[in-house]
Write a new protein. Structure first.
Length: 160
């Protein structure tokens, strides 16, 4: 069976990092995803608000680098969760359990929108998945040296 979903949209609010009783980091956030077509009645695009849940390192990554209004791509699986409301009625909720979350806007776009809170090293388009490695060859900025040196923009002797 195949259950993969990829969605792209803007965060509706800032994600908040929580931990389970066993200490596992988790965050949930909502992406506002525009539909590709316009309504026949109003002539406007509709928006779907899709709940996303991220666990462990992916949750920490999202909370560190994403904020309200930031464009993100979430890749994972669709999960239907059943629960009971306060009145004891059975409810069902569909949510995306994210394996990877990617930046879908540029650092410049995020800065102009006022939602930029920092960036992984060298401003790439990183992703962090639950597999324990950073996607795309990027690593988050840290206080430890990364083995890369900044290149002076004025240097005319670049090898390419």
């Amino acid at each position: 069976m195949l259950n993969r979903i990829i969605i792209m949209g803007r965060l509706v609010r800032d994600p908040e990092l929580r931990t389970t009783q066993s200490g596992t980091p988790v965050t949930s956030f909502t992406l506002a995803v525009d539909r590709d077509f316009k309504s026949r009645d109003s002539g406007e695009k509709s928006t779907d608000f899709i709940d996303v849940v991220a666990w462990r390192q992916t949750a920490e990554f999202v909370c560190k680098y994403f904020a309200k209004g930031r464009m993100a791509v979430a890749e994972g699986r669709l999960q239907i969760r059943e629960w009971k409301d306060r009145d004891g009625n059975n409810r069902r909720t569909a949510e995306v359990v994210a394996d990877n979350v990617y930046f879908a806007d540029s650092k410049r776009d995020a800065e102009s929108a006022g939602s930029y809170t920092g960036s992984p090293a060298y401003g790439g388009a990183p992703a962090y998945g639950g597999s324990g490695s950073y996607g795309g060859g990027y690593a988050p900025a840290s206080s430890e040296p990364s083995g890369f040196a900044e290149i002076d923009d004025q240097d005319g002797d670049l090898p390419f």
